[in-house]
Design a protein around this ligand. Structure first.
Ligand SMILES: C[S@@+](CC[C@H](N)C(=O)[O-])C[C@H]1O[C@@H](n2cnc3c(N)ncnc32)[C@H](O)[C@@H]1O
Length: 341
């Protein structure tokens, strides 16, 4: 039975809204949107986001046919993955530690213990720093050797090796170790070192949003490879997807008209060259020709005083522009009373 509804209700019924599994493509490719956010009074409770919805589904698939008795979590934060493991494995003791370096992580420990008690879950959250704090907590809280460990604390290559090395003495030989954020934080060299130190097998799970990795003994867990297979992208599929991704990045696309204008740094011209030529002719050349024709006409200039005598009468040589073509200011020359030169 899927646990997602019950898991989100643990928070929603206590006034904390959950957002999980959003598609980064719809949110400017921000990878974090895929993970689990805890929102109270319009604010995010922590930047230690919970694992993604798809990763909850991965856990359900992983535990469909196995029942761990002792589960250890490094990195409790707001308790999301700890609660998920407790709900999926109701017969297990789940112990989660968190360094509690910030107020949110400390409140997350209190919240986890309070809700676990209210819901009857066998889950304890303890303030402890990995790797040094692991031995004491495991000794005091576990009912037997660890058979599943979820490592989601400090994300560095050195730290994942330290976390694993500290857990190993308290773990069953068939223990399964699941590391969060391996691909996201480029922790693969740490996983290689773990495999070298332990002779265990490790596998990257690119079918999980953070790119989790799993470490296990292939002889003691013979069915595991089949269980995780759907979450491991096949090598040939990866090659194909990566080639497609590269092409998308580098494909030369025909620029749109708007892009072309942008490239030339101007929005001009907005009409085609023949259209521009037509406007040019109609605006300048035709009126100029018509003006030349009207220029050949002369008008007698009526004058006042001596200048009214025929001897003084002078011919207007002002060109009379055709009103329509010449424009209103030029019409004045033709329409106004004749004036002496
Ligand atoms: C990404 S969050 C864990 C999210 C959590 N697993 C979930 O899915 O809800 C990482 C947490 O690890 C804790 N942490 C960091 N370094 C640690 C360390 N050395 N030991 C224990 N906890 C640590 C941080 O305080 C933080 O709360």
């Amino acid at each position: 039975m899927p646990i997602l509804k019950r898991l989100t209700r643990l928070y929603e019924s206590r006034g904390i809204h959950i957002s999980t599994g959003l598609n980064p493509c719809h949110f400017g490719n921000l990878p974090q949107v895929n993970f689990t956010w805890f929102i109270k009074d319009g604010e995010s409770l922590t930047n230690g986001l919970g694992i993604a919805m798809q990763e909850i589904y991965f856990l359900e698939c992983l535990f469909a046919d196995r029942q761990p008795k002792n589960v250890f979590v490094i990195g409790n934060s707001a308790g999301w993955s700890s609660f998920a493991l407790a709900l999926i494995n109701p017969a297990a003791r789940v112990v989660a530690i968190d360094a509690g370096f910030d107020r949110n992580a400390l409140e997350g420990l209190d919240f986890t213990n309070r809700v676990a008690a209210e819901e009857g879950l066998d889950l304890r959250a303890v303030q402890a720093v990995s790797p040094d704090g692991i031995a004491a907590v495991a000794g005091a809280q576990m009912t037997g050797p660890i058979d599943f460990a979820f490592i989601d604390g400090y994300h560095s290559v050195e730290q994942v090796v330290r976390d694993f090395t500290a857990l190993r003495p308290h773990a069953d030989p068939a223990c399964i170790y699941l590391f969060h954020d391996v691909h996201e934080f480029k922790l693969q060299p740490g996983l290689e070192e773990i495999a070298r130190l332990s002779s265990l097998r490790w596998q990257l799970l690119l079918g999980t949003p953070s790119g989790m990795a799993i470490v296990y003994d292939a002889t003691l867990c013979p069915a595991l490879a089949d269980d995780i297979a759907p979450f491991c992208a096949h090598e040939s599929a990866l090659t194909l997807v990566e080639a497609e991704f590269w092409q998308c990045r580098h494909r030369r696309r025909r620029p749109t008209a708007a892009q072309t204008r942008h490239i030339w740094g101007t929005t001009w011209p907005r009409i085609s060259p023949p259209g521009l030529a037509l406007v040019w002719i109609l605006t300048y050349h035709l009126p100029a020709r018509r003006s030349a024709a009207w220029l050949s006409l002369s008008a007698v200039s009526p004058t006042i005083g001596f200048s009214t005598l025929p001897a003084f009468a002078k011919l207007m040589r002002t060109g009379a522009f055709a009103p329509g073509a010449a424009g209103p200011w030029r019409c004045a020359a033709a329409a106004s009373p004749p004036r002496p030169l």
